[in-house]
Design a protein around this ligand. Structure first.
Ligand SMILES: [Zn+2]
Length: 469
């Protein structure tokens, strides 16, 4: 498998230290609000990386931090009068709901920042001892000039001549220095820790260093985030971790691109921040958004518009229909006349499967992988039109789709209500009796309830009716 490493700015062969335990740290959400589609794209990117590694035969151990203490969480919880712990737990739950709706697999661990304060304090004390950190009036800072390798990930070098005069608003020695520990102020209210360090709370960057080292080890295989995290967050993580352990922190750094909305950057002033809830309220299936994200390479920007989301919603229906119809197709035994076509069929599925594997191995090229997936669905649709399938073809198609979906994750999970299945059965009976008008009435009834019937020869499949169809 080959992956683009931000470190070397090139696509490299992925060589984990231990293929049976690939260590993967993914920067997680700050749980102060609902995630927006830009955040969600990053989480889908992590999911594809994780699933892609699994597809390539690796065993992955993924850790994702939950930032449940920072300026934003404290500000919002005090504004609403809800204690920080309850406030962040609520948004952590919403975050997990979003993950489920987007078919994002769970990581092995979701450590919370507030659950790892001692580890952070331990690193900070060590950095002070080694001369990488110092105390100022309002907290403890990392001394960027002390770390010779600073800037090796982002290529952004620090200009140490821009030293600030003491007693400016931060009271830190250099503009590039960043807070490891922030001393308590009145704004923090009940939120503080005081044991190993003076009353206060951790900075954001230190939490990822502490949790990556604690849960995955001093040197890990993969660390991922959105491109906006390269500098300063990931640069700072390297400076903290490598000064602390004396070892290389991460072997492969991966970064996912942004989402634009109507060609523009998402911003508060433009009011173009959308959450998954916003999409659902407009009647979209979250998986249509997943599909939209997968259709682009993770290192290119996705331009989100509702018009294009509608197109992906339609494509999602096509995927859903083919997969559900395959399950109800009448399965029959093979007979002699199938044999010639059968050879070609197996070749086609094999070619599609190979194309799929090659594209995922090629730095997670999900766009090309989707082409391969659709070519398999074409073979399904051909049989749906004929109304039957041999048991052998069914097994081959089912296997190919299941394997591809182990990476794509485009299987819908909704169940058809009993009431709808009953109506569909009634309609089938009426059709047998050639009572077309009555059967059409039932079809309309089913559609008015948001479902649709797909006839497959003697049988039928019911699927959810999608947006704009
Ligand atoms: Zn992080």
């Amino acid at each position: 498998m080959r992956l683009y490493n931000t470190y070397s700015r090139s696509v490299e062969e992925f060589r984990p230290a231990n293929p049976l335990k690939v260590t993967f740290y993914s920067c997680g959400p700050t749980v102060y609000n609902y995630a927006h589609i830009g955040n969600l794209r990053t989480f889908i990117f992590y999911d594809i990386l994780r699933r892609g590694l699994g597809f390539a035969g690796y065993r992955v151990r993924q850790v994702m931090n939950i930032t449940d203490v920072d300026d934003k969480t404290i500000k919002n919880s005090s504004k609403t009068g809800v204690p920080l712990k309850d406030y962040t737990e609520t948004y952590t739950k919403y975050f997990m709901d979003d993950m489920d709706k987007l078919n994002i697999e769970r990581a092995e661990e979701y450590p919370k920042a507030t659950g790892n304060i001692k580890e952070m304090q331990g690193i900070i004390l060590d950095l002070i001892k080694k001369g990488y950190a110092y105390e100022a009036d309002d907290g403890i800072y990392y001394k960027v000039s002390a770390f010779g390798d600073y800037g090796k990930l982002s290529g952004i070098k620090q200009d140490n001549s821009r030293s600030r005069i003491a007693k400016d608003e931060y009271d830190k020695e250099n503009a590039a220095d960043f807070a490891l520990w922030k001393y308590w102020t009145e704004d923090d209210g009940e939120v503080y820790w005081e044991d190993k360090l003076k009353k206060g709370r951790p900075g954001w960057h230190i939490e990822c260093s502490a949790m990556s080292i604690k849960y995955l080890g001093e040197t890990i295989d993969l660390h991922a985030g959105g491109v906006d995290l390269i500098f300063p967050h990931h640069e700072n993580e390297i400076a903290q971790s490598e000064a602390y352990t004396g070892k290389r922190f991460v072997n492969y750094w991966l970064h996912g691109e942004h989402v634009l909305v109507n060609g523009k950057k998402m911003s508060k002033s433009l009011g173009n921040f959308f959450t998954l809830r916003d999409l659902e309220e407009r009647g979209f299936d979250p998986l249509a958004f997943r599909l939209m994200v997968l259709d682009s390479h993770y290192r290119t920007k996705v331009d989100f518009t509702f018009d294009s989301l509608k197109r992906y919603e339609k494509t999602m229906q096509r995927i859903d229909t083919s997969m559900r119809a395959l399950e109800v197709l009448e399965k029959r035994d093979k007979d002699g006349k199938d044999l010639l076509a059968e050879n070609e069929f197996n070749d086609n599925v094999e070619a599609a499967t190979k194309k799929f594997k090659d594209s995922i191995d090629d730095d997670l090229d999900t766009h090309t992988a989707l082409e391969a997936f659709f070519s398999v669905l074409d073979l399904v649709d051909f049989r749906v039109d004929k109304g039957e399938i041999t048991r052998e073809d069914y097994a081959v198609l089912k296997n190919a789709i299941t394997r591809m979906n182990s990476v794509l994750g485009l299987e819908t999970k909704y169940e058809i209500p009993k009431e709808i299945t009953e109506l569909a059965k009634q309609r089938q009976e009426l059709r047998k009796e050639k009572k077309w008008e009555e059967s059409d009435l039932i079809r309309n009834q089913i559609e008015s309830k948001g479902y649709q019937i797909i006839d497959t020869g003697k049988l039928f499949a019911v699927v959810r009716k999608y947006f704009n169809t």
